[in-house]
Design a binder for this molecule. Structure first.
Ligand code: SF4
Ligand code: SF4
Length: 113
C-alpha cells in the first residue's frame, strides 16, 4: 500500500518557531580580526548597518556563545525574520514542511495547515 503524503504548512507566516531556541545563526556574520576584509561566511552585499548591528550585539562572542532564546534578526511581534533575504545557509537548509519543521510545529502545538 502506498503511504499517503504528509501535508505540511504552506508558508512560514506567523510561525517563526525555528528562529527561537537556537541562538542566532547570524552570529557567523560577525567581524573577526583574522578574517580581514574577506569574510568567509558573510554575503558580500550585506549592508553595513546590519554588520554594525551584529558586531555591536555579539561584542566578540562566537556562534554558540550567544543568548539562545531567539535569533537577533527574529521579529517576535511579526514572528518572522527581519532580513530574510540575507539569512545564513543554516536557515536556508531548514526546509518548510520538512521533518524538522513538522516535528517542531507539533512540539510547540502549532497547527499544521
Ligand atoms: S520552516 Fe517550519 S518551523 Fe520554521 S518558520 Fe517555517 S513553518 Fe515554522
Ligand atoms: S536569520 Fe532569520 S531565518 Fe535565520 S534564525 Fe535568524 S530570524 Fe530566523
Amino acid at each position: 500500500m502506498t503511504p499517503l503524503p504528509v501535508l505540511g504548512p504552506e508558508s512560514c507566516a506567523g510561525c517563526g518557531h525555528c528562529c527561537e531556541g537556537i541562538g542566532s545563526p547570524v552570529a557567523v556574520y560577525a567581524s573577526r580580526r583574522n578574517y580581514g576584509g574577506d569574510h568567509p561566511f558573510r554575503p558580500t552585499d550585506l549592508p553595513a548597518e546590519l554588520i554594525a548591528e551584529i558586531d555591536d550585539h555579539f561584542a566578540g562572542l562566537v556562534r554558540g556563545q550567544e543568548p539562545q532564546e531567539r535569533c537577533l534578526w527574529f521579529d517576535p511581534a511579526l514572528r518572522q525574520c527581519r532580513h530574510y533575504d540575507y539569512r545564513p545557509p543554516l536557515c536556508r537548509e531548514y526546509e518548510l514542511g520538512g521533518r524538522a519543521c513538522l516535528s517542531l510545529r507539533k512540539e510547540r502545538g502549532v497547527a499544521i495547515t
